[in-house]
Design a protein around this ligand. Sequence first.
Ligand SMILES: Cc1cc2nc3c(=O)[nH]c(=O)nc-3n(C[C@H](O)[C@H](O)[C@H](O)COP(=O)(O)O)c2cc1C
Length: 290
Amino acid sequence: MNNPVMTASGTFGSGQEFSEYVDLGRLGAVVTKGVANHPWEGNPTPRVAEVYGGMLNAVGLQNPGIDLFCRRDIPFLSQFDTRIMVNVCGHTEEEYCEVVERLAEEPVDLLEINISCPNVREGGIAFGTDPAAVETITRAVKRYARQPVIMKLSPNVTSIADMARAAEAGGADGISLINTITGMKIDVNKRKFVLANKTGGMSGPAIKPVAVRMVYQAAHAVRIPVVGMGGIMTGEDAAEFMLAGATAVSVGTANFTDPAATVRILSELEDYMRRTGTEDVNELIGAVTE
Ligand SMILES: Cc1cc2nc3c(=O)[nH]c(=O)nc-3n(C[C@H](O)[C@H](O)[C@H](O)COP(=O)(O)O)c2cc1C
């Protein structure tokens, strides 16, 4: 990658809408919205809500399916001098593997396997909260993958280090974290849940301290690279994740308030490096240990 700043899955589409605001060629990688073997409709609306310091979403992995994705989104992204990381979702091991197998012949650089979505009942988080299941699905996906496999871990667990080690044991080439933290919002005047799904995934700056802690713990539990995310709004936030042990970072919710957040964060990270006399961005990785 040209630099460590990427988009976070589900907050940037496949880059089409954002290409009006951002030169996609400046990003380390574009990480796409999760894609499954068939189109998914997602959850009923309302499925997003603002909360203090971030948002809740229960989109439910709405996606066009792998056929349309390969015809439409990959050719679009291939025009830019950036890496393409495709986020993969499924209900069963077979569904994940089918998508990964389809992507083997496509001009895609990296795969991110979402085993941590809190908003779908089967698949998603069902795999991501049990270390044995994490190891099994990682091993299964690796059998079909031609590209490096990054397993996306859930924060809704007691020991993130155990999950990280399970992904590494299954053969993952990297891990990414955190996905959203399960939350809820109630409209006290209507006395109703704000989201049709009742619960949703919390993201944005309010979750950043949790994410930094988990990235630190995961990075110290494994030898494979870690992609850090969760509430990154500024270049200093990105530096914080790298100092905790991340090799690269993803920017998610910030895109909703500032569509150019990714490139702004990249230039702020460069400012931070100049200010602190950091010559190579890799010097930041895991530099804080005590
Ligand atoms: C609206 C929305 C949709 C998301 N969709 C996906 C998805 O399809 N796959 C996935 O792995 N993560 C998905 N995520 C999680 C983000 O990629 C990211 O892990 C999380 O939001 C934390 O980062 P942030 O605080 O910078 O947003 C989604 C998040 C949001 C807010």
